[in-house]
Design a protein around this ligand. Structure first.
Ligand code: SF4
Ligand code: FES
Length: 408
């Protein structure tokens, strides 16, 4: 069956010429409405950089566990058939995969809008041309800072800045849209204004000012990375002024750090609502940090069709909707708007993923979380634990311990 709904191409009843497990043809319309918008494909955890703000898990998946080319090609085909619109090719560093060209071609064939999220240091012009020729739609390049020396210290990769600037220029020459990604923390927050200038100089369509979210390696490095309240507010005000000034010239998106917020972010747009994440070994996750939540069972694309996992797997249904909520979310007017915030942050800070995200002022843990953020930000930054396999086992934990667990 083939139908269009909300501009999506939905062939939800059939995948690879076989009826999809658990899906009746009559349910097609409902499935289209419930199809995810985006897929984050973590093609590999290999990466030449070692940024301490990385949201990858501490246990990085090894190269011998990575999915084959054929499986990624099948994933792209399944994703297009189930109505997914965009695929973000990420990692680690996705260009470390020699078969990236075949994966991009499969995404294009499946009708997916493909976005390459890259540190850019492994690319050469010929490879970028090849990716564009196979249908790559968009390139997003991360800059660790605007100051080359500080950027190369943060990423632990000498010479990275010059290479990134070179690749950004090629992206423009090839006519591909460019996003500059700016991961912001206390070690580069003084350069937010300079990031805006950089994006303009490079002719980027979009700048993503992404205050670091504290998952994975970033959680370990929180005391090295968390900015002060005043720094955070100043950076937000600067971006808001510049957004107004640059309307129609540069789109500036901003992810704010919610440790100082009063309301939480609707993480992933709601659990199992619009996005899914596939790890290098094929585990399908509702978000990139979901493996930090005990008791969830993650199915693998090698064992089960993607659509079946999306609709029926234990992990995706664990926090779908609002039935799982405890108070104060359960009786709150915002529960369908922010979905109680982030399950992984609730887990990390309170020890229970069903608790209200402590970024919410109504959470009983909120005051403690804000105090913890302020006290960590007031101290000199701790040394960065660089993201590499050597640092993974028994890696240092953040200074503050998780708060005592209590039912809310
Ligand atoms: Fe959102 Fe829950 Fe806070 Fe209400 S109590 S604003 S639903 S996180
Ligand atoms: Fe997992 Fe927010 S990162 S729900």
């Amino acid at each position: 069956m083939d139908l269009k709904e909300n501009g999506r191409h939905c062939e939800t009843a059939v995948v690879d010429d076989e009826p999809t497990a658990g899906v009746a043809g009559s349910a097609t319309e409902e499935l289209c409405a419930r199809a995810p918008v985006g897929l984050l494909a973590e093609l590999t955890h290999r990466c030449p950089l070692q940024c301490g703000y990385c949201s990858n898990p501490l246990e990085l998946e090894r190269v011998n566990k990575e999915l084959s080319t054929e499986t990624w090609v099948s994933v792209m085909s399944q994703a297009g058939a189930m109505g997914i619109l965009q695929v973000h090719l990420s990692g680690g560093e996705p260009t470390a995969r020699k078969d990236l060209e075949e994966i991009v071609a499969a995404a294009s064939k499946a009708g997916l809008y493909s976005n390459l999220i890259t540190a850019a240091v492994l690319l050469n012009r010929q490879r970028l041309e090849g990716l564009a020729a196979r249908g790559l739609d968009h390139v997003q390049i991360s800059f660790q800072d605007t100051d080359a020396a500080n950027a190369e210290r943060i990423g632990a990769y000498p010479g990275a800045q010059k290479k990134k600037l070179e690749v950004a220029a090629w992206v423009k020459e090839l006519g591909l849209p460019l996003t500059v990604n700016a991961p912001i923390h206390r070690q580069n927050i003084h350069n937010v204004g300079r990031y805006i200038e950089l994006a303009l100089e490079l002719g980027a369509q979009r700048l993503e000012i992404a205050h670091v979210q504290y998952y994975g390696w970033a959680y370990v490095n929180r005391a090295a990375l968390i900015p002060t309240y005043d720094q955070t507010i100043q950076s937000i005000e600067l971006v808001e002024r510049e957004r107004e000034r640059l309307k129609g010239v540069l789109t500036i998106d901003m992810v704010v750090p919610d440790y100082y917020a009063k309301r939480p972010k609707p993480c992933m747009g709601g659990w199992g609502k619009g996005f899914l994440n596939i790890t290098p070994s094929g585990k399908v996750l509702p978000c990139h940090a979901a493996e930090t939540i005990p008791g969830l069972v993650f199915d693998n694309v090698q064992d089960r069709p993607l659509l079946d996992i999306w609709l029926n797997s234990q992990a995706f249904n664990a926090f779908r909707g609002t039935d799982w909520m405890k108070e104060p979310c359960r009786s709150c007017a915002f529960k369908e708007i922010d979905f109680g915030g982030c399950r992984c942050q609730a887990m990390a800070i309170t020890g229970d993923a069903r608790n209200t995200d402590p970024a919410c002022a109504l959470s009983p843990y909120h005051g403690e979380m804000v105090a913890m953020a302020r006290s960590e930000a007031a101290l000199p930054p701790t040394p960065i634990v660089y993201r590499n396999p050597r640092n993974a086992p028994g890696a240092a934990k953040p200074a503050a311990r998780p708060m005592a667990m209590a039912d809310s």
